[in-house]
Design a protein around this ligand. Sequence first.
Ligand SMILES: [Zn+2]
Ligand SMILES: [Zn+2]
Length: 216
Amino acid sequence: MAKPKAGRRTLDSYTVKHMNKSIRAGECVLMRPSDPSKSSYVARIDRIEADSRGANVKVHIRWYYRPEESIGGRRQFHGSKEVFLSDHYDVQSADTIEGKCTVHSFKSYTKLDAVGNEDFFCRFEYNSATGAFNPDRVAVYCKCEMPYNPDDLMVQCEGCSDWFHPTCIDMTVEEARRLDHFFCENCSAEGQTKLQNSHSSSRHSDTKVDTKRRRR
Ligand SMILES: [Zn+2]
Ligand SMILES: [Zn+2]
């Protein structure tokens, strides 16, 4: 990282006047794109620097890339609020900051009660020269073996704990939402209904489940 130029100093925090909010190193911000038709850029502030009079404030940032800005483009499992922490560092005028935002870990993002405009999540680091991701593998789920897209509803099998997309198990999203219990094809006794309701299982299927359990 570049050392501050002579006469310039690092600020602990800085109040961006047009948004009347203070920013600090380590926080994430939205920055105005040069092309106004594009969505705001997401960046993490590494350092805030000003001249000796405290003016001409610059932010040293590390860009987050949106999936469509990556070499591989947006994939089906990428969430709408997903960003990649890139190795692309930059220095920008603090005036281009439009607002603050939060880049959550994948886990904490999936636990949010409501996702606001300023909420994003990051599960990959991205090498902007090679297009490589770190980690280069993530857990995959369902019959389609896709990584989890937090925008998509999935149902969990009570047998194997794998998660499934409603469409991959011939179910509508509405049907999936109404499920009390779910066992996938592999875990439900052959021919038995996928929708196991605690009260609807017959004597017959109880026996079957028992047999299966004993055999294990
Ligand atoms: Zn699937
Ligand atoms: Zn299962």
